[in-house]
Unconditional design. Structure first.
Length: 135
């Protein structure tokens, strides 16, 4: 009986010591996945602009509820009929650039800067330059 209690106590101790590492891995993985998701959305908008779909610029609006790919010179001047909303993890807060528009054919961005994604003390960044490079 004593051996069983000792084994259970040892397992509980090992689990308690490993839990913070597991949670950190999960948080980091979630941030990295959200960063890659945003990069894919931005690349999709840039690709659509470079393909000259409907002969208009394409952009991405970064909002708390998600990422909206739109057609037009700005989010305010867009045609909502062509919007595509990609949901964002609600636990992750995005800051920095709120809107990026890519020019048709060349794919140049109207803004250069960084989008920061933060959650639980962790941070991931995505950089966009005027030439439309996303990394």
């Amino acid at each position: 009986m004593f051996e069983l209690l000792l084994a259970i106590a040892l397992m509980a101790l090992i689990f308690a010591m490993a839990l913070p590492f597991g949670l950190e891995f999960y948080r980091r993985n979630t941030l990295d996945a959200e960063r890659e998701n945003l990069a894919a959305v931005l690349r999709q908008a840039r690709g659509r602009a470079m393909a000259n779909i409907r002969e208009t610029p394409h952009g991405v609006r970064i909002a708390p509820e998600g990422y909206t790919v739109f057609e037009g010179d700005s989010y305010a001047a867009r045609d909502p009929a062509y919007d595509t909303l990609f949901p964002k993890d609600a636990a992750i807060v995005a800051s920095g650039l709120a809107e990026v528009v890519f020019s048709e054919l060349q794919g140049n961005a109207n803004a250069s800067g960084t989008v920061s994604l933060e959650s639980g003390g962790g941070r991931a960044e995505l950089h966009i330059n005027y030439e439309g490079r996303i990394d």
